[in-house]
Design a protein around this ligand. Sequence first.
Ligand SMILES: Cc1cc2nc3c(=O)[nH]c(=O)nc-3n(C[C@H](O)[C@H](O)[C@H](O)COP(=O)(O)O)c2cc1C
Length: 191
Amino acid sequence: MNRRSIYSLGSDSPISDEAIIEMINFAVKYTPSPFNCQSGRVVVLFGENHAKLWNIVKKTLKERIPADKFPATEKKVDESFASGHATVLFFEDRSIIKNLETSFPQYAENFPLWSEQSSAMLQYVVWVMLEDAGFGVSLQHYNPIIDVEVGKNWNIDPNWKLISQMPFGMPTAEPGEKQFEPLEKRIKIFR
Ligand SMILES: Cc1cc2nc3c(=O)[nH]c(=O)nc-3n(C[C@H](O)[C@H](O)[C@H](O)COP(=O)(O)O)c2cc1C
């Protein structure tokens, strides 16, 4: 498996946007969720919508970070995210989680955790499917500081909690070398 975080993206695509949408539909439909509640929600931004998201990120960061640090941040957003083909936004529908908390009070404190875990599975499925199709992908977390602007721009249901942003595009550089902890420290086998 070649999945890595890719921070150098071009805007070309190895497959059609229709094929991308089909892949994302498949992932959303079949990824498991607690009690099969299907709380995962996804918004896919192509073209101007993709560009708009990363402009929102830049504008929001500009208001928050020192002026002398902003050019490096802007370069990163432009070359690692905005330069890509599209972005997937992942949400969880809090109204579904709240209903589960009420209906199954004995598990109430687990549902928000399971909701995040289920979203993580969905994000991973989409990540590897995109990678398998030839895209470079990374996972970003500019929420919650962009939540209000995102909600306004794409008319997002207020129950949808933004979890992450996944920009993807044609990989234009190899990922850096990755360090691994010894597996003996992380896995125990009994047989
Ligand atoms: C839950 C989670 C949150 C992450 N958040 C970010 C993030 O906000 N920005 C980012 O650039 N990478 C993020 N990453 C990517 C990790 O930094 C990356 O997966 C890790 O360093 C291993 O590198 P690899 O993806 O190339 O294997 C996140 C990964 C996970 C699993």
